[in-house]
Design a protein around this ligand. Sequence first.
Ligand code: WTA
Length: 653
Amino acid sequence: METTEKTIDALLEENRVFEPSDEFASQANATPEIYDEAEDFEGFWARMAEELHWYRMWDKVVEYDPPAVIRWFIGGRLNASYNCVDRHVAGPKRNKAAIIWEGELGEERVLTYWDLYREVGKFANVLKGLGVKKGDRVAIYMPMIPELPIALLACARIGAPHSVVFGGFSAEALRERINDAEAKVIITADGGYRRGGVVQLKKAVDEALQMTPTVTDVVVVKRVGDDVEGMVCHMQEGRDHWWHELGVDAKTKCEPEEMDAEDMLYILYTSGSTGKPKGIVHTTGGYLVGTYTTFKYIFDNKDDDVFWCTADIGWVTGHSYVVYGPLANGATVVMYEGSPDFPDRGRWWGTIEKYGVTVLYTAPTAIRSFMKWGTEWPAKYDLSSLRLLGSVGEPINPEAWMWYHKYIGNENCPVADTWWQTETGMILITPLPGAVATKPGSATRPFPTVDADVFDENGDSVPVGAGGNLVVKKAWPSMTRTLYKDPERFKAVYWSKYPGVYLAGDGAKRDEDGYFWLLGRIDDVINISGHRMSTMEVESALVDHQAVAESAVIGIPHEIKGEAIAAFVILKDGFDGTMQMEKELKSHVRQKIGAIAQPEMIIFIAELPKTRSGKIMRRLLRDVAAGRALGDTTTLADPNVVAELKKKYENEE
Ligand code: WTA
């Protein structure tokens, strides 16, 4: 915990406080009284749930005895797609823009709620035509195009849980997730645009589908076409279908399936401490109520807002705050397909000016890139439509917070640093703009009703200023119910340290105002650009290469990405640690997992520091990498290993 100790010391010197302006506070959805209203825990959530559409109201708000019993809105029946689409079509929002899409090449598509209703209905009928039934899993591997949210909502409409796999993952990573979920159908595109080039998704799907016995059909959106050089999109007779051809005769009307509040809405895989990704399961009622409520209050949603969450729908942030949260509120969302520096570094700011974006939700890693690129880029555009800014994915450095506040928010937009996880489904720790004063670098207070705490090893609350494990003691509606097909792991990972209390896996401290300061992961999870990657996953990918005998992977601080991967590798006899080998191993990891997992540096070594019982001492590796004085080395089997390691590492740098 040495780095985190240092980080927090630096953070606690951070004493700037930003009070909400009267102007913002007077119009905000959340007033300070919301924290008092939340004293009535069940009443609060029941009132929020009543704002949605239910075929049948619930008998009981919550039953909670985790990990076995986590149930919300028991007996209630609803449909998520109905709530995100039909509910608005029936009223004055019928012709309001639901999705404003911009392709990387500059194309625009606007879908009103009525358009969305039509497209979702048609595609839901297409899925039914392919034999997809309630409960069948559908894997989705797509670029950021409108067909992606349409696909999610179509699945939700017919009660088929979706499992979205981020388009940046490799064919192998996709296959593993398809097989774990036993998906019946895959929805993909021929490709998508990224930094001017094409990412060939269908090609990866073909590779993945060589060993996926459960898949019967593949639906392919033609995003790129045949005009692009090098583009290959082979369509296998009988298995593969073009989205636009299947849709021709499909009817618009598709009665939504009446789902039980606890029926599964989706699975989303995320990295844990071990190599195998965890299938996070979210159910329908609680998840929708949680994302609906947090979106309404944290992003202060108003009917004329234009909300832009820059996350890819392949991650939970996109699920909750591009699709379900905003659409359940009848908001207008912006969706952008490509990268922030194409054709130049002003792309995002031009997009904000073009569509009059009022609320922007992005990640610290992006903010740090923009800081590096210089203020001249945002300065070229009119960003005065912005009224609120959000951040998510990793702790935001106070410098990045201040830069965001000053150069993007022109010092008059509240900044909401929002802490949450794939598992939590919704934001749990966050300021409510207009009601809570902010401090750069702090996610501030738990959302109303959320009972977060910081525990020591014995399960006692730590005193003000001390570090510990972030936990949540009471239920919240959108929490994951289990890990898909793995309740034992669910119990072991989140509930075994403190029985009945949710262990988040993050370190945290609280200050004298009760504000939370997040300190990063306490397990072997690395946070690269706000995306979780397990050290084990990367190690397994490396060891999978024929030249590698053993490897240990750690996170090292990185200016833009927050953390990057450093891999210590022992080669088998007969292989040399050449530049060529380093290149080969990097590309091997890229191929096994995806570009985000590619190590920043590989250090070839003869031996790893291990305890006498054979455990790799990652802490020592981290110390070496950070150039710190070595901590306790007395448990080391062979003390010479570390001296050797240090020499090697310094040469690499
Ligand atoms: C980290 C993303 C500090 C944290 C929504 C968490 C944060 C992990 C913040 C979840 C924040 C997310 N401040 N750390 N505001 N937001 N994290 O599942 O370590 O992709 O456990 O969900 O990201 O990542 P995940």
